[in-house]
Design a protein around this ligand. Structure first.
Ligand code: HEC
Length: 122
């Protein structure tokens, strides 16, 4: 009978542990929403998964390609977001990059994304 009593103590402990785990997770996720990484994944990853480029394999976000096209600093990357060049013309020949103006991505967030690219894709 003694053994059984200690066994029951596990139930409230498990409840406390679960509560701690859940409360630790949810605010962490909310805070993670506007990091450069999260913003990159939400806005850029569809065309640039892992820093690549699904539409133009010569224009990836890796250092070698970027620098070959004179994109060296965070400001250069932000400029590309604001003015990516020729717009996509036809769905079947959709070769251009989508434009991100200040309403879509603020200057602050654009810089966070640029920093993430510079430090991640070398
Ligand atoms: C709809 C697909 C698409 C999305 C979404 C997209 N890009 Fe691009 N990106 C492209 C294409 C296509 C090019 C090549 C454009 C060109 O001809 O210069 C490109 C080029 C670039 C380049 C220049 C790379 C090089 O080597 O010259 C940078 C930097 C870049 N994108 C950053 C971003 C960032 C940052 C985001 C998210 C905010 C983003 N892109 C979202 C399609 C996309």
């Amino acid at each position: 009978m003694r053994k059984r009593k200690t066994g029951f103590m596990i139930v409230p402990w498990a409840a406390v542990c679960l509560a701690v785990i859940f409360s630790a997770y949810s605010p962490g996720r909310a805070l993670g929403q506007d990091t450069g990484e999260a913003l990159f994944k939400a806005n850029c990853s569809p065309c640039h998964p892992d820093g690549g480029n699904i539409l133009n394999s010569k224009k990836t976000l890796h250092k070698k390609d970027r620098e070959a096209h004179n994109i060296r600093t965070a400001a250069d990357i932000v400029r590309k977001m604001r003015n990516p060049g020729p717009v996509p013309t036809h769905p079947q020949e959709w070769a251009g990059m989508k434009m991100f103006d200040k309403n879509k991505i603020s200057d602050e967030d654009a810089l966070k994304i640029a920093d993430y690219i510079l430090k991640t894709f070398n």
